[in-house]
Ligand binder design. Sequence first.
Ligand SMILES: *Cc1c(COP(=O)(O)O)cnc(C)c1O
Length: 489
Amino acid sequence: MQYFSTRNDRLIHTAAQAMAMGIAPDGGLFVPAQIPTVDNAFLRCLAGLDYRARAVEIMGLYLEEFTREELEGFVTAAYADNFDDPAVAPLRFLDDDTAFLELWHGPTCAFKDMALQMLPHLLTASLRKTGEQRGVCILVATSGDTGKAALEGFRDVPGTRIFVFYPDGGVSRIQRLQMVTQAGDNVGVCAVRGNFDDAQTGVKKIFGDAAFAAELSARGWFLSSANSINWGRLLPQIVYYFSAYLDYVNSGKLELGQKLNFCVPTGNFGNILAGWFAARMGLPVGRFVCASNANNVLTEFLNTGYYNKNRPFHTTISPSMDILVSSNLERLLYLLTDDRRTRDYMALLNAAGGYRVEPETLAALQAQFSAGCCDDRETMDTIGRVFRDKGYLMDTHTAVAAKVLADYRRDSGDGTPAVVVSTASPFKFAADVLGALGQPPAEDPLRALALASGQPVPRPLQGLEDRELRFPGVTEREGMQETVSAFLR
Ligand SMILES: *Cc1c(COP(=O)(O)O)cnc(C)c1O
């Protein structure tokens, strides 16, 4: 399988090169030159397999240069007893027509683990295949969950280092504690004064600085990305859309071949785009419902065709979705148009903060995507109501999707069975979830939520307060590059 940059489809790369590089030299994102397709016989075969075996089959379609043994080794290492549910990504039914796909049973209690437990294996194998001699330093900008998940994935992986920037004050207390107490000899963490987009822009600038790259190279290092712009992040996420569909079929509530909708709480557009790839491959999906919080730039875009980041940035109770520039949208634009137009959109986004797609592109988007948003009040109400009525406890991000799906069903009359993609354990956002259940603020929100919900605190979140604070640092945006340079000294 060959890979192109979204900004130039004449330069061809292998999967290993694409994953080793992370981002293309021209600033574009890597996409496969063709999307493999599957049929119902393949799905029927997959239905009888467990999550790991499904992952080998799906990922193998995109990774011809990797042997089956390699892939089996990766999945056995990535999805093992570091997940607290043997199903890895279990489907929980609310009723016959609605289920939650729980993607947070991994070591950091958020869905990023699904990809970031896999990425280090894909990446280090890719580096071997490309003959890379230098060490790789993973550079991450995080709005909360990616950082911790990447740190866990890469910690003490030989030949790698990892450095994470997060927006100062822009992540939850638990998210911050998880990162600043991170264990491992090859890790670093620092806050940036600014919001997530400032941190992400800073990281992109470091990646784009050729002089800095040359200096690091002379010191035996090169930079790569674990953000969802890396193809190795997106690929493992395609698997769970197949897995959810097949588990729905195995439950007897859906016929194989019948359509299923997915509603996805969206930030950088990586998760929902992985679903779109699954649908393109032949998974019977009706619609994707793109759910946003008050940062509703994608809602406007999918409804009007106008992407406009010139708007107030809201800090919400679903911080992993507090994003104004959804990087992975570039891949979808490229796949629906071409490299020239994608270059133009991204140039306009940089220069003017927005762009408008052509009517036929908007029509293509709307043939597959619906979009909606809700505010913090509605998010809280939804958590409380679903717990009272059905006994199902959701985190703040998942609740945005549950609310947007309910609105979508009411407004469209579309009664297709649907999966709400559940992206974090409710305990990861314990203080807000506790409030949503009508409980007063607690000194120890994790314990209070366990009491109020009758559910145990997930093990990775126990004892956080007692761990050693290793990374208290804060930097200005201008200081990010020097921070990385010092880390690699
Ligand atoms: C990252 C994240 C999201 C957004 O996912 P994208 O792939 O960036 O769209 C949603 N919810 C949680 C809990 C997350 O960590």
